[in-house]
Design a protein around this ligand. Structure first.
Ligand code: MN
Length: 290
């Protein structure tokens, strides 16, 4: 069977944004340009050495109807919810939180200087799971497999599989792939992505990468550039090739998941299927039933 290499369908530069109590972010999904990318609802990158950009954090706020995925590249973030759960996210760690019917939590920096860098991705839930029990998968940095992928490339496997290594995040409805790929100059990585799944590449280090038209290792031919701090929505196919044609090390996320294909009604921290369900979420929140 011939591989069908995924092309780039769209390029979406991240936009500066502010959220929480005034955290500065670069947002690529949940913008006017790209309101959602089913099943993904939001992608924020935070990256600053200036504490004024992050110190205010995300004080207590609710969520209902989806999952929030926090991946720390550098820094420390304390998570606490109203059910008494608490955890510290460290550099390289991940929290995959299924808000389900509702949680009330805070996400606050546990540092007053130095760099804070990472991502928050929102992943939708289908109607039948929106009111499920909340659930946490807290992954320590040392539990994320790191695969040497040839040419000096390394792949951290948070969810899904690369080169026989299976990510620690399990039993998520959209069957996610979440890879953090470091590509030195000239290096390349090839990754299967199931046909029909939504996929994207987001470059967060270096000058940019190339999404290749064919096998990036065996057949180093043409491709399409994705620049720093840009999200490339991938077209359909069963494989993705990425190569670094620049002279600087590059780093990117490669993320994919099964689309849900249901109506989306969203307001702030609530993502449901209908306006009625959004009103109900507000009512439940105001009545203190989260
Ligand atoms: Mn939150």
């Amino acid at each position: 069977m011939t591989d069908r290499w995924r092309p780039i369908a769209r390029l979406v530069p991240a936009e500066p944004a502010s959220d929480g109590a005034g955290v500065r972010l670069n947002r690529s999904i949940a913008t006017a340009n790209l309101p959602a990318l089913d099943p993904f609802l939001l992608l924020d990158e935070f990256n600053s050495e200036d504490k004024d950009d992050y110190i205010a954090g995300f004080p207590e706020h609710p969520h209902r109807g989806f999952e929030t995925v926090t991946y720390m590249i550098e820094g420390r973030m304390r998570h606490q919810d109203n059910a008494g759960n608490s955890g510290l996210l460290r550099s390289g760690g991940v929290q995959w939180m299924t808000a389900g019917r509702g949680i009330l939590h805070s996400e606050m920096p546990e540092q007053e200087d130095g760099r804070m860098q990472g991502f928050q991705l929102w992943v939708n839930l289908p109607a039948r799971l929106k009111m499920s029990d909340p659930r946490y998968q807290d992954i320590e940095p040392e539990d994320v497999p790191r695969v040497e992928a040839g040419g000096g490339a390394t792949v951290r496997v948070i969810a899904g599989e690369h080169g026989g290594a299976i990510g620690p995040v399990q039993d998520v409805f959209v069957r996610p792939l979440y890879l953090d790929i470091t590509l030195p100059a000239g290096a390349a990585v090839s990754q299967p992505v199931p046909t029909g799944h939504t996929g994207f590449v987001y470059v967060f280090g270096g000058e940019g990468v190339t999404v290749t038209e064919g096998d990036p290792i065996a057949d180093p031919g043409q491709g399409f550039p994705v620049r720093y701090r840009t999200l490339a929505v991938l077209g359909d196919g069963d494989r993705v090739g990425v190569r670094n044609d620049t002279s600087e090390d590059a780093r990117l996320l490669l993320v994919a998941g099964a689309p849900i294909g249901e109506p989306i009604a969203r307001y702030g921290p609530f993502v449901m299927n209908t306006e009625q369900e959004i009103h109900q979420a507000f009512k439940d929140f105001q009545e203190g039933s989260f």
